[in-house]
Design a protein around this ligand. Structure first.
Ligand code: SF4
Length: 74
């Protein structure tokens, strides 16, 4: 399964702007205020880091989908 979409999902919690995701994977994430997924970020090359960032986000707002789906996989 390949990550094909990454986004900020604030349906349950809000990004606390802690910056942990950027520290784990600055190729994909930046936190100018709230989480921003960088334009043109290479998800395939950063899958492990995306999953690590999503798992370590203290409020669980980093969402990803796989294989062209729009449904959150994590
Ligand atoms: S780790 Fe989560 S709460 Fe912290 S800045 Fe990133 S998305 Fe926001």
């Amino acid at each position: 399964m390949a990550i094909t979409k990454v986004w900020l999902d604030e349906s349950e919690n809000e990004c606390s702007m802690c910056g942990a995701c950027e520290a784990v994977c600055d190729a994909v994430f930046e936190v100018p205020e709230k989480l921003k997924v960088k334009d043109g970020a290479d998800f395939a090359a950063n899958e492990a880091e995306i999953k690590e960032a999503a798992d370590s986000c203290p409020v669980g707002v980093i969402a990803y989908a796989v294989d062209g789906s729009d449904a959150r996989a994590n």
